[in-house]
Ligand binder design. Structure first.
Ligand SMILES: [Zn+2]
Length: 107
């Protein structure tokens, strides 16, 4: 497993990543609401397990046609968080964080 994959899995498991719910704890000006569905707090668990805007991606990644039945649990999680729609959200959140305070990134 690469360092990048380990980082992705750790962020998915702990929620300490570029998720609006986590970032809003560091920046009062940032809203915790999920940018995809606008229904609840954007956390790793929300994105992975319940965000209605990612239902199709969850279904596709775990389907027989994409080899989902043969994937290990960690491969399913990696594929989900590396999906272009989720990566796009993380990129938006990264820019959002830089714009809110470029001199004080969270650790
Ligand atoms: Zn959502």
């Amino acid at each position: 497993m690469s360092t990048k994959e380990l980082t992705t899995l750790t962020q998915a498991a702990t929620g300490h990543g570029l998720f609006a719910g986590h970032l809003s704890r560091w920046r009062e000006s940032l809203l915790p609401t999920c940018k995809l569905c606008r229904e609840t707090e954007e956390t790793s668990l929300h994105l992975w397990g319940e965000c209605p805007a990612l239902g199709l991606e969850r279904t596709q990644l775990s389907s027989v046609g994409t080899g989902g039945r043969n994937k290990t649990p960690h491969r399913l999680i990696l594929d989900f968080f590396e999906h272009e729609k989720v990566r796009g959200l993380m990129n938006v959140n990264s820019e959002w964080l830089k714009e809110s305070d470029p001199n004080n990134p969270p650790t």
